[in-house]
Design a protein around this ligand. Structure first.
Ligand code: ADP
Ligand code: MG
Length: 262
């Protein structure tokens, strides 16, 4: 990115961005440059009331940062709160306290309409179960988020086809999603998550429902495409191989996250 900008004609805007990148990433590897977006999470807390009347403190002050083009693994025992945290960052669940900003957008304090817009335009979700609409074609499933965001049908179809090509499923575009294999369905789900070019990608156990080999392929694909998309990517996973593919690893334990290497 930097190289091509340097060799081409620079606009004042790109000059400014490059300067910001240089100062921000002085200590990081060159492939982590161009930090267009930044996710800053501070002191997020969440409790649930359990049926016996007590409260279960799941998140007790979660803080971390992630930047564009970075893929961060979120690991931790089952029940440690990974899904809860991803849901909050995606505007699907309310927090009790704390803040989570994607650039200047405060996710945890946004109103309903703002959040719906944020989810539709800025967030790409990949779940453990693909949640595709079985009777729609692969291409229609991928086009759907663009149609919801009121893009024209023609553009939506064209971009869906392009994304399906990127996940290696061009030949399956017209197949009903329900007829695809588990690995293919998850690749369609990845295409659907990235088709809107979201700034934040949240993947919750994306390989959890796949056999080891298919999981490895799907994990590698998610890593390649989300890095190329330059989104902030957060992947909750038990898959050690996928966690190792990530740039960083956050361990969620006893309600807080700590950096735990790669
Ligand atoms: N809506 C809810 N109501 C009550 N308890 C919940 C709710 N959602 C999650 N929990 C509890 O919060 C804890 C963390 O859950 P979760 O975020 O799904 O963990 P993980 O994804 O790390 O396995 C679990 O003990 C779970 O039972
Ligand atoms: Mg979970």
């Amino acid at each position: 990115m930097k190289k091509s900008l340097e060799s081409g004609v620079r606009s004042p805007e790109s000059e400014e961005r490059l300067r910001a990148q240089d100062s921000e990433s002085a200590n990081s590897e060159s492939r982590l440059r161009t930090p267009d977006s930044r996710l800053v999470v501070e002191g997020v807390r969440k409790s649930f009331r359990n049926p016996s009347g007590g409260t279960l403190e799941v998140l007790r002050g979660v803080s971390f940062e992630a930047r564009a083009g970075e893929m961060v693994a979120l690991v931790g025992a089952s029940g440690s709160g990974k899904t809860t945290l991803l849901h909050m960052l995606g505007g699907l669940e309310e927090a009790d306290a704390g803040s989570a900003r994607l650039d200047d957008f405060e996710i945890l304090r946004a109103g309903r309409a703002e959040l719906a817009r944020f989810r539709g335009r800025e967030v790409g979700f990949v779940f453990q179960f693909h949640h595709l609409l079985a009777d729609l074609s692969a291409e229609e499933n991928v086009a759907l988020p663009l149609l919801v965001a009121r893009r024209g049908w023609r553009e939506a179809r064209a971009r869906a086809a392009e994304m399906l090509g990127a996940v290696g499923l061009a030949a399956r575009a017209a197949h009903a999603a329900g007829e695809l294999s588990g690995g293919e369905q998850q690749r369609v789900a990845i295409a659907r998550a990235l088709v809107t070019r979201p700034r934040l990608v949240l993947a919750d156990e994306p390989t959890g429902n796949l056999d080891a080999r298919t999981g490895a392929e799907v994990g590698a694909l998610l890593a390649d495409l989300s890095r190329a998309s330059r989104a902030c990517v957060l992947v909750a996973t038990h898959n050690e191989e996928l966690a190792r593919t990530c740039d960083r690893r956050l361990l969620l334990r006893e309600g807080i996250v700590e950096e735990s290497g790669v």
